[in-house]
Design a protein around this ligand. Structure first.
Ligand code: NAD
Length: 358
């Protein structure tokens, strides 16, 4: 059956990095005669300027009808003063909500050749290869009731951290199954020492571990994980956590690897439909200069091939090509130490050359 891929370049360097991933996608489609239908549409500030909405209704319906969405990045100072509903970020939030993308997968890895770009000492960081699985549509960011109350003395504000059993089971399942495909270790992170919702989370995850005897399950308190990620990140294989703790931990893990321009992400729903995007934003400071690192976007395409497009072998090909590309000394501006660098628009052709020879 034809697989549908929707490309949403968005704003700033989103436009540049999706050009690179498109080059690779087009090469794979023609080289392997893939039955893919690919469409490109506007989102974010660009869509607001051209169509009056950061996520026009035809974009949303095309997204719902796609197997995989490749999302560049949105936002920029030009749109900072717009009202909440018109802001470019609405595109992301609407897609996550409307497609029910509850599982956010963020790998954090380091190519040893780039260890000097990491803020952490080489002997601690070498070999880094972690997957953070973050719950994305529940928890305290969405829990009701929530309010700022200003007609009482003293004024106060509150949010609700809530997870039901089904929400915990479906995200933990992704954690267990990801661990099974990697090195067989899952660390579930919460604050079971102080929060009822975390105690409940731990109970459910522990119960599920009976079905995964091949996965070694550990539990850790979120504050300790924040510390351990910096002190000894190689103790982890897969980390599964709630929306709030996962948000914080995935940013710490991203920082370990040196450049945000290298890290992909996937957000999946229960039918393996997914949105794939780099961890970085639209980088207005370097947009239009042909110096952005497109690897995060290209690695996001690899994740799309693995998780939504049923082409895990091609995902491996891309990831191996990225490895060889770095081993061969190719550096974009953000990761160069010599001052010499390769431009955005030249990265895809180098990777294709490596895949052809590989
Ligand atoms: P950013 O990730 O865009 O940039 C942070 C820094 O990293 C900048 O110095 C930038 O030049 C650099 N950088 C980012 N990606 C890079 C790449 N691929 N290659 C080389 N260098 C890269 O974050 P920001 O500056 O805080 O935000 C800029 C805009 O992006 C804002 O409007 C923000 O709201 C938006 N944003 C969007 C997303 C998204 O679309 N998912 C995520 C984060 C921020």
């Amino acid at each position: 059956m034809t697989k549908k891929v929707l490309i949403l370049p968005g704003d700033g360097i989103g436009q540049e990095v999706t050009k690179s991933s498109n080059e690779i996608l087009n090469y794979l489609i023609s080289e392997h005669s893939l039955d893919f239908e690919v469409n490109t549409m506007d989102v974010g500030g660009t869509a607001y300027d051209l169509h009056g909405s950061p996520i026009p209704s035809n974009v949303l319906s095309s997204a719902k009808d796609s197997d995989a969405i490749l999302f560049g990045a949105v936002g920029g100072p030009k749109w900072d003063d717009l009202g909440w509903d018109d802001r470019p970020e609405q595109a992301l939030l609407t897609l996550r909500k409307e497609l029910g993308l509850f599982a956010n997968l963020r790998p954090a890895f380091l190519f040893n050749e780039l260890a000097s770009a990491s803020p952490i000492k080489n002997n601690i960081i070498e070999g880094l290869d972690i997957l953070i699985v973050r719950e994305l549509t529940g928890g305290v960011y969405f829990g009701e009731p929530r309010a700022i109350v200003k007609d009482e003395t003293p004024n106060y504000a509150f949010n609700t951290m809530i997870y039901n059993e089904d929400e915990i089971r479906r995200i933990a399942k992704i954690g267990f199954e990801s661990a099974r495909k990697r090195n067989g270790k899952l660390c579930s992170v919460e604050k079971a020492n102080v929060l009822e919702v975390s105690k409940f989370w731990r109970e459910i995850v522990t119960d599920m571990s009976k079905d995964y005897p091949d996965v070694e399950l550990t539990h850790q308190l979120a504050d300790n994980t924040a510390m351990q990620l910096v002190l000894n990140p190689n103790q982890y294989d897969v980390i599964v956590s709630s929306n709030l703790f996962g948000d914080i931990l995935s940013d710490i893990a991203a920082t370990l690897s040196g450049s945000i321009g290298m890290l992909p992400s996937a957000s999946l729903n229960s039918s393996s439909q997914g949105m794939y995007e780099p961890c970085h934003g639209s980088a207005p400071d370097i947009a239009g200069q042909n110096i952005a690192n497109p690897i995060a976007m290209i690695a996001s395409l690899a994740m799309a091939l693995r998780y939504s497009l049923n082409e895990p072998g091609l995902a491996d090909n891309i990831e191996n090509a990225i490895k060889v590309f770095v081993e061969n000394g190719n550096r974009t501006k953000d990761i160069t130490t010599s001052g010499e660098f390769i431009h955005t628009s030249d990265v895809a052709s180098k990777l294709i050359e490596i895949m052809k020879n590989g």
